[in-house]
Design a protein around this ligand. Structure first.
Ligand SMILES: [Fe+2]
Ligand SMILES: [Fe+2]
Length: 197
């Protein structure tokens, strides 16, 4: 395994989580649906914890949490743009439209967050000793939550769009009702949405 690339991924992952805190702080303000606001509030708290968990990994691996890398800067720019897009929608349109924009922005951010942790889980197996234990333990603590962040918010985004289109919507979405934690589970939940209407 290319160790330098793993370090690079860890810097991106920390930036993703730090940006994620700002994204959820903005998204919570944009939520109209009470259940969704509660869900995002919970994800905000989990994301704050993910930052701390990663800081622990950085300490175990002897990495500097303040170091800037080109990859990290890219993640930062995307995160800032997502916050800006949500704020623009909140300023310029009806609150229901701003809520859908926020949901889309959360899905975009969580797609990266989810991918980071999936890759870190794979990379951890190639480490040894204390480093391996530190990264594996971090992944174990975070992985299930990342599944929920991505799959449940994707469900919310689809159903909020359906509602906006004036079509039958399942709210809260099937992904949340069925407590989906895998891609195959998300596909199954989506397939069952017609029956849930
Ligand atoms: Fe996270
Ligand atoms: Fe997440």
């Amino acid at each position: 395994m290319n160790r330098e690339k793993l370090d690079g991924l860890l810097y991106e992952a920390l930036e993703t989580e730090q940006g994620g805190v700002k994204i959820y702080e903005t998204a919570v303000r944009a939520a109209v649906n009470e259940d969704l606001r509660e869900e995002w509030q919970e994800y905000l708290e989990q994301t704050r914890r993910h930052v701390q968990i990663l800081e622990g990994v950085f300490e175990s691996l002897g990495l500097d949490t303040d170091k800037q890398t080109p990859g990290r800067q890219v993640v930062n720019v995307i995160g800032e743009a997502l916050v800006e897009a949500m704020e623009l929608a909140q300023k310029s349109g009806p609150k229901e439209a701003a809520e859908v924009v926020a949901a889309e922005c959360v899905v975009l951010a969580e797609t990266k967050d989810h991918l980071n942790w999936e890759l870190l889980g794979q990379a951890a197996r190639k480490l040894t000793g204390a480093e391996r234990r530190a990264l594996e333990s971090a992944c174990e603590q975070v992985e299930d939550e990342e599944d929920e962040h991505l799959y449940h918010t994707s469900g919310w985004t689809r159903e909020l769009h359906m509602q906006a289109l004036g079509l039958p919507a399942v709210l809260p979405p099937p992904e949340e009702e069925k407590d989906v934690k895998t891609a195959i589970g998300a596909a199954r939940a989506k397939q069952q949405r017609e029956e849930m209407l």
